[in-house]
Design a protein around this ligand. Structure first.
Ligand SMILES: [Zn+2]
Length: 302
């Protein structure tokens, strides 16, 4: 069935090439690839025939006979470009904004960039559109598109946050000796929705590993989290015999301050105190944003 076909290769970026015998994973993929190609090459197609079996489009310019015909393969899913007639357009392309450039299209082609940087400005999004497709969109449209894309892609996370208590309980009951603690805002009123404050996790396997082969020398630090919910990741690492890092406990908190470092150091000390090595650990840190105060207060021997 596929002996003449060649699977369309989704190039990262660069010039989009479509040709006969290319196979597309399904009809939506075919339409997406043709749309990307048209936008990049600056012309518009109109659909001549569309059914469950065939799809034919032609250049919208009346003096141009560019035409693409595709059909569904017998497997019922894959589509194949059967022919492209008059591959060189005889029209000079669109002189106005391409109506194929839609918000939905922009969301698809920019989604990964938005996920990588939730605050990416419209100017940068336009630079990407320009480099890849030679088109631009209005800043207000791009900002609206960005907000919607983030809402859609982060939509499930609030549900996952709500599952953290169960997760902690499961870690403690199935992984005996592990630490898993979470905190919520106190619920003063029945209508108040509790909000996530922090979580601290360290697995028994990690602490066993630490005690089996590591010196009593650990590093602690905080790192800002990207993404819709922000927050700070506090973590602690040990060095193995090759001086490679071994993370063994981490927490997520709202900000890096003395209260949150107190919480982290308190859990960490409790976790290590039963290790048989006492509490004379050597701790390296940047002594910033409350680490120093927390260590002095809670772990003076460190
Ligand atoms: Zn044309």
């Amino acid at each position: 069935m596929y002996k003449n076909g060649e699977l369309y290769n989704d190039e990262e970026f660069g010039k989009i090439v479509i040709k006969p015998w290319q196979l597309l994973t399904n009809k939506q993929h075919l339409r997406d690839v043709v749309r990307d190609y048209c936008i990049q090459s600056g012309f518009l197609v109109v659909v001549l025939k569309a059914s469950n079996l065939r799809w034919t489009v032609k250049c919208s310019a009346s003096n141009c006979e560019w035409r693409l015909h595709a059909s569904r393969l017998p497997n019922g899913v894959t589509w194949e470009i059967k022919s492209i007639q008059n591959m060189e357009h005889t029209c000079s392309g669109l002189e106005v904004k391409n109506p194929m450039v839609s918000t939905k299209w922009a969301t698809r082609v920019l989604l990964e960039d938005i996920r990588a940087n939730n605050d990416i400005p419209a100017k940068s999004l336009n630079q990407l559109l320009w480099q890849r497709y030679g088109v631009q969109m209005s800043a207000s449209t791009l900002y609206r598109m960005r907000s919607k894309a983030l809402r859609d892609s982060n939509g499930g996370h609030d549900i996952l946050y709500a599952q953290l208590p169960d997760y902690c309980e499961m870690v403690r009951s199935t992984n005996l000796g592990s630490s898993a603690f979470y905190a919520w805002t106190p619920q003063d009123h029945i209508d108040m929705i509790p909000q996530f404050l922090s979580i601290f996790i360290s697995f028994k396997g990690c602490i066993d590993g630490l005690l089996a082969g590591y010196r009593s020398f650990i590093g602690v630090d905080g790192a800002h989290l990207k993404g819709n919910y922000g927050g700070v990741l506090l973590s602690t690492v040990a060095l193995d015999a090759n001086n490679e890092l071994f993370p063994f406990a981490w927490a997520i908190v709202s900000v890096e301050d003395t209260d949150n470092w107190n919480l982290f150091v308190w859990h960490l000390k409790n976790f290590l105190k039963d290790s048989g090595r006492g509490d004379e650990w050597c701790i390296i840190s940047d002594r910033q944003k409350g680490i120093d105060a927390a260590l002095t207060e809670l772990w003076p021997k460190a």
